[in-house]
Structures are given as structure tokens and as C-alpha cells.
Design a protein around this ligand. Structure first.
Ligand SMILES: NC(=O)c1ccc[n+]([C@@H]2O[C@H](COP(=O)([O-])OP(=O)(O)OC[C@H]3O[C@@H](n4cnc5c(N)ncnc54)[C@H](OP(=O)(O)O)[C@@H]3O)[C@@H](O)[C@H]2O)c1
Length: 276
């Protein structure tokens, strides 16, 4: 029996077990996926003893993503681009890692709003934290060359732009609404809107009708940003799809089956979010 888990501190809030257990049942795989609370000071010893603990791999979440990246011995190009890992596995005795947030975000965007690829124009990224880096990496891989990062702390936006190079620029948070008439995609990677607190306050009144608006916050599913974009008839992409798609590569690596993101799975997790 293969065993995988998600580790974090705290970990009670994680919905990853619901996703992976759904797939284990669906594909009739004898395996387990559990939540393991791991304190920051115990991360190195936990990851160093995955095999002894009987795990084939794990997901890592807050606050371990950067530390897990440093500890892993083999790193994928997406983990290197983001500087953080969320999925780990063993290659022989060596610990390998990747970051599947880029893949998850882009796969969901392609599924929910495929016309974004044929809509030229700048990409607006709100926020410059860990998940912003994953999203930016995805757009760079997709060949986009005008990615504009808006962040409350401008130094962090500038650091992000430096990290990625000439195709990414940094702008002050206060100027974000000067760009809404031009951009083809808007992505909120800040925590604004999470649990109903805050709103990035984007004025969509001058937005292009083909613009796509994505929020990676998924509690609630309909964030203030998406509600506002919907009022102007724009295509909206919620954050739950990213959460589901980012789980696909890990499941395939650990259990040997590439799982599908289906409406049934989406509804199961959406129901859990609504009940929370
Ligand atoms: N859907 C998914 O699968 C998925 C995956 C990963 C993350 N997420 C969600 O994405 C969100 C961000 O995660 P993260 O790991 O990137 O967080 P993070 O590294 O802590 O970054 C947080 C970002 O939010 C900005 N921010 C916070 N409060 C703000 C405010 N009042 N006004 C303007 N900006 C504000 C921060 O700006 P400063 O730099 O100025 O502080 C920073 O850019 C979380 O809600 C997380 O749950 C979703």
C-alpha cells in the first residue's frame, strides 16, 4: 500500500486529503493520503525520514514551502523558478521536489477561459508573494512578454521583476486602475478577499470585453474581485480549479495514475468550502 500525506503547521485546514482520497477511491487504488502536522523545527528530520515513515512522498504547505525547496536534493525547473516546493517524492534515496502551482494555475486557466491564449495584451498580477511567482512563471512559460506586477510593498514587486527579468515589470499598487483598459488577464494573488476580508478594488468599467479575471483565493469561491468582474460581463476564473489541478502531478507521481479534474470533484470540494 502506497502512502502519501500533506504536511504543514497548522494543517487542519488543508483540503488536499479530500482531493486525493476522492481519486484513490475513483481509481480503486489501495493507498492513503493523510494530514501530518509538522513543526518548522521538525521539517528536516521529517523529510529525511519519509521512507522510514512509509511515505512515497508528500505535499508541503504553509510555512514549509521555501524550506522544503532548500532541503530537497533534486529540484524541478518550476521549483527553481518559484524558489519554493509544494510536492515531494523519493527518487531512490534522494528527495526530489517540484512546484505544481504554476501548472495548476495555467491548466485551470486553459480549461476555464481558453480564449486567453489568443487575446494579446499585458497581464496584470496583483501581489508579489510566493504564489505570484508561480503564476508569473506560468505566463512566462506560455510566452507572454508584458507581465505587470502591482504590489502594496513596491520593493517586493521590484524584487520579483528583477528575479524574472525584462518581461516582468513592477508598478506601485496605487496605479493599478490606470492599466485596466489595456490588460488581457487580471490575476489576484494577494490575500485580499480571503474569508470575505478585503477587496483589491479593481475598476472594470473600462476593461476590454474579452478580458479574463482570475482569483487564486478560493474561500469564498466568489470573491469580491470576481463578483465585480462578473457585473461587467467579463470571463471569471475561480481559485478552486487551480487547487484541484495543482494536485494532479503529485498524485500521478506517487500512485501511478494521472487523475482527472471532473465536475464531481469540483462540486465535492466546493460543497466543503461552502459549509466551512
Ligand atoms: N488556489 C490555489 O491553489 C492557491 C495556491 C496558493 C495560494 N493560494 C492563495 O493565494 C493567496 C496568497 O498566497 P501567498 O502564499 O502568495 O501569500 P504571501 O506570500 O503571504 O503574499 C501575500 C500577498 O498579499 C498582499 N497583501 C496582503 N494584504 C494586503 C492588503 N491589505 N493590501 C494589498 N495587498 C495585500 C501582500 O502584499 P505585501 O507584499 O505588501 O505584504 C503579498 O503580495 C492566499 O490567499 C492563498 O490561500 C491559492
Amino acid at each position: 500500500m502506497k502512502r502519501a500525506c500533506v504536511i504543514g503547521w497548522p494543517i487542519a485546514q488543508s483540503r488536499s486529503p479530500l482531493i486525493h482520497q476522492f481519486w484513490l477511491r475513483k481509481y480503486g487504488i489501495e493507498g492513503t493520503y493523510t494530514k501530518e502536522p509538522v513543526r518548522p523545527e521538525d521539517l528536516k528530520s521529517f523529510l529525511g525520514s519519509l521512507k522510514e515513515r512509509g511515505f512515497v512522498g508528500c505535499n508541503v504547505t504553509v510555512p514549509h514551502k521555501e524550506a522544503a525547496f532548500s532541503i530537497a536534493e533534486i529540484r524541478s525547473s518550476s521549483a527553481i523558478a518559484v524558489g519554493a516546493a509544494n510536492t515531494l517524492w523519493l527518487e531512490g534515496d534522494a528527495l526530489a521536489c517540484t512546484n505544481t502551482d504554476s501548472y495548476g494555475f495555467m491548466a485551470n486557466l486553459d480549461q476555464s477561459a481558453p480564449h486567453w491564449r489568443t487575446t494579446p495584451g499585458p497581464i496584470m498580477i496583483l501581489g508579489a508573494g510566493g504564489s505570484a511567482r508561480a503564476v508569473i512563471h506560468g505566463f512566462l512559460e506560455a510566452g507572454r512578454d508584458d507581465i505587470r506586477v502591482f504590489n502594496r510593498t513596491i520593493e517586493r514587486a521590484e524584487e520579483t521583476a528583477r528575479h524574472f527579468g525584462a518581461r516582468v515589470s513592477a508598478s506601485s499598487w496605487d496605479t493599478r486602475n490606470d492599466h485596466t483598459a489595456e490588460v488581457s488577464v487580471v490575476v489576484n494573488t494577494t490575500t485580499l478577499g480571503m474569508n470575505g476580508v478585503g477587496d483589491p478594488n479593481i475598476d472594470f468599467s473600462r476593461a476590454r470585453k474579452e478580458a479574463v479575471v482570475a482569483d487564486i483565493v478560493y474561500v469564498p469561491l466568489e470573491t469580491p474581485l470576481l463578483a465585480s468582474a462578473r457585473r461587467y460581463g467579463l470571463t471569471c476564473v475561480d481559485g478552486l480549479g487551480m487547487l484541484l489541478h495543482q494536485a494532479v502531478p503529485g498524485f500521478e507521481t506517487w500512485f501511478g495514475v494521472r487523475p482527472e479534474v471532473t465536475p464531481e470533484l469540483y462540486n465535492l470540494i466546493a460543497e466543503n468550502i461552502r459549509e466551512a
